[in-house]
Write a protein that binds this ligand. Structure first.
Ligand code: GDP
Ligand code: ZN
Length: 442
């Protein structure tokens, strides 16, 4: 048995607010609450008003709403205490100092609560990721997806699949272990249709992976155009209209600026790239090459042209026209162009910007349209599921003279790959359970 420290941390944000929340988790949490309040523990999960006092000097620190969540039914599975104190840096600092004086308590490290919850089987990995996503969610779409993931919807599906796989494994192993006994001949073959169906379901899910990853990260739209076409102005015009978070991509390159927009609940990242124009200058060509490379990884491209240049497009821009591009003609306040030429806007007067936003929203919705919850929200899920499918395909491709030992190994590897997603990797334990309920003759 490992003796766990009791950890504490400010669970609320650091900005100015009316209330701040401290959370304690571990075996000393209850004793800590008794020392701080000088009273016995309140009833479980019921809020009580208590004075918090310094355990050494008995100075009053703050009047708090305190909550006691005894394990194992708490968030972390350990004894948990929550202190709702008055917001304000001095109050938080005083309470943190007092907590630090208590025996067995120390400040929590990042992610430590979720890690304990995972260790105590209160959360699987997908739910822990969902929780992280929920805390970081900026849009409605992200919030809904994170909530579904946190709530264990994903875990239930993955674990359901894994259980079915291990049942198929049990049937296959039965064919090995009981080969000479009085078993129906087809017991080893019964796994095949189960595996075929599972494999098809997983393949279907893999084709939808981009939807989940996009929903989380947002659609990426690159704005390309000659220098002075008005790329930065357009970005600003869009950002002013919608809720936007601007971030320089620190560390990498300064020629790309990212703006995160919330388009009616759909996340979108806009990239402002270096100007594309015809040049022979080596350094400029390198900048253009990088901007184009980044733009090509985007889901969608806005090709921006100065209305006064219309219809002459720089060659570098002309190359990028296609179904994933939209020609936008800017500065139409300076020169009117026919609507048919492209989408006419003026970053300066705002004309046409709403129309552009509608077009982008429709585009984003088309790419993400899917009322069904998606299972794959991270690359890590996709890689593991791809590994799993590969093993199942190997299993299914085997001929009639197949070796059950090798088939069992395929299924074992497939189950492990799935287990990597939820963090539940104990194939053997589950196999024991299934075998114990497995009625071979039926
Ligand atoms: P970028 O190099 O493509 O990022 O272009 P900027 O956004 O920096 O704009 C270049 C110049 O064009 C600036 O002086 C802007 O004020 C101007 N500009 C941008 N959009 C418009 C527009 O719609 N109408 C007018 N009249 N000027 C614009
Ligand atoms: Zn610019």
């Amino acid at each position: 048995m490992t003796v766990m420290d009791t950890i504490f941390a400010l669970a609320s944000g650091r900005g100015r607010a009316g209330v701040a929340v401290f959370r304690l988790s571990g075996p000393q949490a209850g004793a800590a609450l008794e020392s701080l309040t000088g009273q016995s523990l309140p009833p479980a999960r019921a809020a009580r008003l208590r004075w918090l006092k310094d355990p050494e000097t008995a100075d009053r620190l703050d009047q708090a709403l305190v909550l006691w969540f005894p394990g194992p039914g708490s968030f972390t599975g350990e004894d948990v205490v929550e202190l709702q104190i008055h917001g304000g840096a001095a109050v938080s600092a005083a309470v943190a100092r007092a907590l630090g004086k208590l025996p067995g308590l120390r400040p929590a490290e990042a992610g430590e609560y979720a890690r304990r919850a995972f260790a105590n089987d209160r959360l699987d990995l997908t739910s822990a990721e969902g929780l992280g996503d929920l805390i970081n969610a900026e849009t409605e779409g992200q919030r809904r997806q994170a909530l579904r993931q946190m709530d264990g919807a994903m875990e239930r599906i993955y674990e359901g699949w894994r259980t079915q796989l291990i049942e198929a494994l049990a049937m296959t192993e039965a064919a090995i272990d009981f080969a000479d006994e009085d078993l129906p001949d087809d017991v080893g073959l019964r796994a095949r249709p189960v595996v075929a169906e599972l494999c098809a379901a997983m393949e279907r899910e893999l084709t939808r992976a981009p939807v989940g990853e996009r929903l989380r990260d947002g659609l990426t739209v690159a704005i390309l155009g000659a220098p002075n076409a008005g790329k930065s102005s357009l970005l600003n015009a869009l950002a002013r209209r919608e809720a936007a978070i601007v971030s320089d991509r620190a560390g990498t390159t300064r020629d790309v600026i990212e703006v995160h927009l919330d388009l009616h609940g759909l996340p979108m990242t806009l990239l402002d790239t270096a100007g594309l124009h015809d040049t022979v200058d080596d350094i400029e060509l390198e900048g253009i090459r990088r901007a184009r490379a980044r733009a090509l990884t985007a889901d969608f491209r806005i090709l921006l042209l100065d209305a006064r240049d219309w219809p002459v497009m720089p060659e570098a821009l002309r190359d990028l026209t296609g179904p994933d591009s939209l020609l936008v003609i800017n500065k139409t306040d300076l020169r009117a162009v026919e609507e048919t030429a492209g989408l006419a806007v003026s970053a300066k007067t705002g004309a046409g910007i709403d129309h552009l936003i509608e077009t982008l929203t429709a585009r984003a919705e088309a790419l993400m349209s899917s009322s069904e919850p998606v299972l794959i929200t991270r690359q890590r899920h996709r890689y593991a599921l791809e590994d799993c499918v590969r093993e199942l395909q190997r299993f299914l491709a085997a001929g009639t003279d197949r070796d059950f030992e090798l088939l069992a190994e395929d299924l074992r590897m497939a189950a492990r790959a799935l287990g990597r997603i939820t963090g539940r990797v104990d194939v053997e334990d589950l196999l024991d359970v299934i075998f114990s309920e497995f009625c071979i003759g039926k």
